[in-house]
Ligand binder design. Structure first.
Ligand code: ATP
Ligand code: FE2
Length: 327
């Protein structure tokens, strides 16, 4: 059997995974940068990745039950993300590839978040990609992931994390806000901003900070914030389903771990006779298994290279810039 190693480092998470050539995930190890109260500082995150890399790599091999000389190719996310984090990952991957004389497959992290959704059984879905830096409604068509709508300012995860940091909750804020929201059902009216299939969060951010400063309870604000932003996301996802005539909705990205978002999407799908799909949390937040899943398809399509100098990071590459030649 042949094996593929995958490495993820685009932002807060250093991940390593091993897949066999049938696409089976044999290990999926992550170590994420977190804080108690502050935000995420890119150079500190790079240091974190450097420190944990050898151990996470070894764990991924051990859990898969293979030795490094059994690896056939290495997939890694070279785009998009925080430049210091991407560089750290690329350095680790090029060193390993040189030592073992292996080809590399560079991967767009966002496309990996989308393609891993296939493992749920969804065939031709509208995708709601809700992560830290991205919030997009997408559908695949003729060699491209087409963006129908997206955030006009910040990604929904970054929006939630920024509010959480303001409230002194640390990074990442999403899971903590979800827990706090569960303790309230007091809906405070907040700005709701949907334009066609686009959304915007900055007005809402300002309002939330003001309300917190004025002494509103964090539980009530967390609850009201979730109800408001998720209603915005569900509205644009529903519009995309209507526009494309597709009958499936697939969630992707770390914010899709949120139980309330999942529930609201499910209800919308039931009401319009569409099917709802969502991968498990371990494949929603940043992880290397999704990089390997896409890496294997691209490698089989001939997209690996041993010309290491030809590969560089692309911190700003967009989902709809990538031409899909492996499907
Ligand atoms: P991108 O994929 O756009 O480059 P990223 O890689 O930083 O961004 P992910 O790892 O996919 O993003 O997701 C991280 C985000 O998910 C964080 O903003 C985090 O707060 C959020 N998140 C994780 N769990 C939950 C949850 N239960 N509820 C809401 N948000 C959550
Ligand atoms: Fe991500």
């Amino acid at each position: 059997m042949k094996y593929l190693l995958a490495i993820e480092t685009t932002a807060h998470t250093f991940g390593a995974a091993v897949l066999d050539f049938n696409g089976k995930i044999l290990s999926n190890i992550t170590d994420s940068y977190t804080t108690e109260s502050g935000g995420m500082i890119p150079l500190e995150v790079r240091k974190h990745h450097k420190k944990v890399a050898p151990e996470v790599y070894q764990k991924a091999l051990d859990e898969a039950g293979i030795k490094e000389d059994q690896i056939e190719a290495i997939a890694f996310s070279n785009a998009p993300g925080l430049a210091p984090c991407l560089l750290e990952g690329m350095e680790f991957v090029k060193k390993t590839a040189k030592r073992l004389n292996l080809p590399i497959i560079p991967i767009n992290h966002c496309i990996a978040h989308l393609e891993i959704g296939e493992t749920t059984g969804a065939k031709d879905p509208v995708l709601l990609y809700a992560s830290g830096a991205n919030t997009q409604v997408i559908a695949y068509e003729a060699g491209k992931y087409r963006v129908f709508g997206e955030t006009l300012d910040l990604g929904v995860g970054n929006f939630i994390d920024t509010f959480a940091r303001y409230a002194g909750l640390g990074f990442p804020g999403g899971p903590k806000i979800m827990k706090l929201a569960e303790q309230s059902n007091n809906l405070i009216e907040l700005p709701y901003s949907v334009k066609g299939m686009d959304v915007a969060f900055s007005g809402l951010q300002t309002k939330l900070k003001q309300l917190l400063d004025n002494g509103e309870k964090i539980e009530d604000l967390s609850f009201s914030m979730q109800e408001t932003v998720f209603a915005m996301l569900v509205e644009v996802a529903e519009r995309a389903l209507a526009h494309t005539g597709k009958k499936e909705l697939l969630l992707g990205g770390g914010v899709a771990c949120n139980k309330r978002l999942q529930e609201m999407c499910k209800i919308m799908c039931e009401e319009r006779g569409a099917k709802f799909f969502c991968p498990p949390n371990s494949l929603l937040v940043d992880n290397a298994a999704m990089i390997g899943y896409l890496g294997l398809k691209m490698y089989k399509a001939g997209l690996g290279t041993k010309d290491l100098d030809s590969i560089d990071i692309k911190p700003r590459e967009r989902t709809d810039e990538v031409t899909v030649t492996w499907k």
